[in-house]
Design a protein around this ligand. Structure first.
Ligand code: SF4
Ligand code: ZN
Ligand code: ZN
Length: 308
């Protein structure tokens, strides 16, 4: 088969477009789709100070590289990168090295923080405190909530106006289903493509890779020669997200387009969610924005006997 763009030998068939691509044109097509998402949903403003949340995994490497390329045309935009070390030994070390290497290559200043620095404990220490208390909570619950909190705290310190994350189509389909299965209608209604409205104290998040399937991100990273994680987080197998990843991949193989359909349905729900008026308060412990008296991060830390 030949590449639809240049006639060279094709290496990939894109279900999205129904076309065959060579490696070079495939890379370009992904970059164009990210550019389209940014423009269509007005993810950035010309003077944004963007913090890219980067872990060193394939998604955040691809996001940082594409944003560095796209934003070159917008000299008033500031790009920064931020990585959060959860303190999982043997797993995060590769990511931290890769974040440094990639940011040096791209000329993006990198800030590193950690759970230990911000919350006093690493993730394994938090998990063991939870086990001692007999709590059923999974490592990923602590990790996800505390990482989001860490990113918001540091993004504010860096004077960021947006936080860009590397969530891809698969992540977004999993999150939509997870919200549904947990009965969390509010989160489901707010999982849209546009930045959630600005609450005082909350740096709006954007996901420029939201419509790119995970396998295409992996292929982009492969064609670009990016080193990828060889070990996975020891906690990943215990997560609901991992179960849903498996289930969704099976359904997608039999019914191509399912993940895209779920994300599109979430987009439609988000147009309703955008009109919801949510009263945002300051957490009475840490002062971060929350819809409750005590934010979820403080509630989790309190449940294991840690005060923030
Ligand atoms: Fe954190 Fe879970 Fe991801 Fe491990 S798998 S890095 S615990 S969210
Ligand atoms: Zn080509
Ligand atoms: Zn709090």
């Amino acid at each position: 088969m030949q590449c639809v763009k240049c006639g060279a030998k094709a290496v990939y068939y894109s279900m999205h477009s129904g076309h065959y691509f060579c490696a070079k044109c495939f890379i370009k097509s992904i970059e164009n789709r990210v550019r389209t998402t940014i423009n269509r949903y007005k993810l950035f403003d010309p003077k944004d100070r963007i913090v890219i949340a980067i872990s060193g995994g394939k998604d955040s490497q691809v996001l940082a590289a594409i944003l560095a390329k796209i934003e070159k045309k917008f000299p008033e935009v500031t790009l920064m990168a931020l990585t959060v070390d959860e303190g999982v030994p043997g797993y995060r070390d590769f990511g931290l090295r890769r974040c440094k290497g990639l940011c040096d290559e791209l000329g993006i200043p990198l800030t590193t923080t950690s759970f230990k620095e911000l919350f006093g404990y690493s993730l394994p220490e938090i998990v063991s405190l939870a086990e001692k208390k007999g709590l059923e909570l999974k490592a990923c619950t602590f990790c996800g909530i505390l990482r989001r909190r860490a990113i918001n705290i540091k993004a504010k310190e860096l004077g960021a106006t947006k936080v860009a994350t590397g969530h891809n189509l698969d992540d977004e389909a999993q999150t939509a289903l997870m919200n549904l299965l947990r009965g969390d209608a509010l989160r489901l209604l707010r999982l849209g493509p546009r930045p959630i409205e600005e609450f005082p104290g909350f740096v709006p998040r954007v996901k420029p890779l939201r419509y790119i399937p995970e396998k295409e991100i992996t292929l982009y990273a492969y064609f670009k020669g990016y080193p990828l994680y060889e070990v996975e987080c020891p906690y990943v197998r215990a997560s609901m997200r991992d179960e849903l990843r498996f289930i969704l991949n099976e359904i997608e193989a039999r019914h191509p387009g399912t993940k895209y359909a779920i994300v599109r349905a979430a987009d439609k729900l988000a147009t309703i969610g955008a009109n919801l008026k949510i009263r945002v308060k300051s957490c009475k412990y840490c002062g971060e924005p929350t819809s409750r008296e005590i934010c979820r991060a403080c509630e989790l830390l309190e449940s294991i006997g840690v005060t923030s």
